[in-house]
Design a protein around this ligand. Structure first.
Ligand code: 8YV
Length: 311
């Protein structure tokens, strides 16, 4: 077997040089360009380092020898897993190495929103402070936090909230072993019990609009919503309507529908903290994600067990 790898997406230079050193690399910016490779080149490719675009049956069928897709990212909703399974293509992702960063950014957004830190900074920069103090805001420690999806990232977020004296509630497919956190068997009940609702669900069709208008209504005018998962998990129109009408205290968002051009209605709002899908975006974590992606590909070529196969 050759060691040709089709890398797809915009990689950092250290990933490109490492892949060039380890593999016979072909690099495309997006999966939409696969068809531009000639048939002979495509036929020799057994592994893809995937980062950007979508990987569905059409793309897979252009690569007749493809045996594995190594996804850069823990979320693999842009890969059609059923189509991969039908074709015997194995898929890996990059779990765990990004838990800290995603959880850190979540806490940052929670504090920023609740303590009105953006308004506070504007107050200093504009000189408005000389005319009077910033209006009082709301205490963060000792509140009630709800985690929707208690996977590895959800748990890392909950663990960070414990030292803030937060009461922890969660909803997941089933009750988990936790240090006394309160389980809710549906998201509406969870939203109704908390001040801060953090979405840490997996993406994909199964969780589409899981945070419905009903969940948002249950969170209520004193509640705040945070999303570090995928934009698809929220009924975004219902969220925007609630934020505009003051039926929700605010939102902290790292992910949106239509990235990288979020709905402009968000930009007009004062009660939101908006981040550009950067939760895993530190040099250290991105290097670890690239390394794990390459390690999975190396295991494929060595005919060893893949390190982090997708279930
Ligand atoms: C992206 C992410 O993968 O891991 C995930 O699921 O959403 C991010 O870490 C990252 O932006 C690289 O494209």
């Amino acid at each position: 077997m050759n060691n040709r790898v089709l890398a797809i997406g915009n990689y950092d230079p250290w990933d490109i040089s490492a892949m060039e050193a380890d593999f016979d690399l072909i690099h495309l910016g997006s999966s939409a360009q696969i068809g531009e490779l000639d048939a002979q080149t495509r036929a020799g490719i057994t592994a893809s380092a995937f980062k950007f675009g979508s990987f569905g049956p059409d793309e897979m069928d252009l690569l007749p020898d493809l045996a594995m897709i190594s996804n850069y990212g823990v979320g693999y909703d842009s890969i059609d897993i059923a189509a991969a399974r039908e074709r015997g293509i194995r898929v890996t992702n990059t779990p765990d190495v990004l838990n800290d960063d995603v959880a850190d950014l979540t806490i940052g957004m929670m504090l920023m929103l609740t303590r009105r830190m953006r308004d506070g900074e504007a107050h200093v920069r504009s000189g408005a402070w000389a005319d009077g103090p910033l209006p009082l805001n709301r205490k963060f420690s000792g509140g009630r936090a709800g985690i929707l999806g208690l996977g590895r990232i959800g748990r890392a977020i909950a663990e960070r909230l414990v030292p803030f004296g937060m009461e922890i509630h969660y909803h997941a497919r089933s009750e988990k072993d936790t240090p006394g956190w309160t389980y809710h068997d549906d998201p509406v009940s969870l939203a109704g019990a908390v001040d801060h609702l953090v979405i840490a669900l997996v993406g994909g069709p199964a969780t589409e609009k899981y945070v419905s208008a009903e969940v948002i209504a249950a969170l209520g005018a004193e509640g705040a919503l945070y999303n570090i998962s995928r934009g698809t998990t929220v009924d975004e129109d219902a969220l925007l309507d609630a934020l505009e009408a003051g039926r929700l205290m605010g939102a902290g968002l790292d992910v949106y529908l239509g990235e990288p051009r979020p709905n402009p209605r968000f930009l007009a709002l004062g009660n939101v903290v908006l981040q550009p899908h950067q939760a895993s975006g530190t040099v250290q974590t991105r290097k670890a994600m690239g390394q794990l992606q390459r390690d999975n590909i190396a295991a494929h070529f060595a005919r060893e067990d893949l390190l982090t196969p997708v279930a």
